[in-house]
Design a protein around this ligand. Structure first.
Ligand code: PAF
Length: 283
């Protein structure tokens, strides 16, 4: 496994894979790798000849009051996990290598980024789409793999790739959960033991909503009220949003139909947790 720290090194390494006729799968990450990332690596290994993992805590997607400094950076552990999982290349650039003097160019997807997480994190998705564009340009993968847990991120990146005719396929992989249902996330390590005990209630709330839809409930307000009551019972939980939106446009669904995304963001102590489920409502 090669660890590249510069753009030149990763380009040379990818070029040599290309010369061997290999297809390349990319998994962009901010490190602190967990089972969710490892499931993306497994998918990439199944679908591509060579796998590149990028480890870069991207400063441009953090707001001024967010956890950029505190974000975990266990690089040795991440590299060991990648080695074990059969990753071919790690690209782990410094912020200076990625942004030099500071870029003047941003990639912005409109509308889809103005709702849900974009409301409380107004510059977040612009940072994500800009860094992903840079990573796609640097590595030029055939496919890039993302987790459904970051549902809005996936929709935004898919739209960017479509709108800008980027020559790669975005592969979306299922959310990986702990045994008690909590979606695996690097930010779960911010939870105290008590918060960790309460956190699975978020997924249970989403499952409750799905159950209600299955028994015929179609009124978004009733479902959101029910979920809000449940989340408010979690000690210390502060709701950022609980929303039911169209799974493609992210527009609010009032009467549920087709396919909806039920999504929530809740602060629990130091952690801001997000989770979602896709629900097929039918006609
Ligand atoms: O999902 C993440 O970890 C980040 O948003 C990503 C896609 C690696 C961009 O920095």
């Amino acid at each position: 496994m090669i660890i590249a720290e510069t753009i030149e090194q990763i380009r040379d390494a990818v070029e040599s894979l290309r010369q061997q006729g290999k297809t390349v799968g990319l998994i962009p990450t901010m490190g602190a790798l967990h089972q969710g990332h490892m499931s993306l690596v497994r998918q990439a290994r199944q679908q591509c000849d060579a796998v590149v993992v990028t480890i870069f805590v991207n400063p441009t997607q953090f707001g001024p009051q967010e956890d950029l400094e505190a974000y975990p950076r266990p690089f040795e552990q991440d590299a060991a996990l990648c080695l074990q999982a059969g990753v071919d290349l790690i690209f782990s650039p410094s912020p200076d290598e990625m942004y030099g003097q500071g870029g003047l160019t941003w990639v912005t997807v409109e509308k889809l980024t103005e709702t849900l997480c974009g409301e409380s994190r107004p510059t977040h998705f612009r940072g994500v789409t800009t860094v992903c564009t840079k990573l796609f340009n640097i590595v030029q993968p055939d496919k890039a793999f993302f987790g459904q847990k970051d549902a809005q991120q996936v929709i935004v990146i898919q739209r960017m790739v479509q709108d800008l005719n980027m020559p790669l396929e975005i592969v979306v992989c299922p959310t990986i959960r702990e045994n008690d249902g909590l979606a695996v996330s690097s930010r779960n390590q911010y939870l105290t033991p008590d918060e960790r005990k309460y956190a699975p209630a978020l997924y249970q709330t989403l499952q409750w909503c799905e159950g209600e839809v299955q028994t015929g409930q179609r009124q978004a307000t009733a479902l959101i009220d029910g979920m809000t009551r449940q989340v408010n019972r979690i000690p210390g939980a502060e709701i950022d949003y609980i929303r039911i939106v169209d799974a493609q446009t992210l527009g609010n669904a009032e009467i549920l139909r087709d396919r909806v995304l039920v999504a929530l963001a809740v602060r629990l102590g130091r952690a801001r947790l997000i989770d979602n489920i896709l629900v097929d409502v039918g006609g």
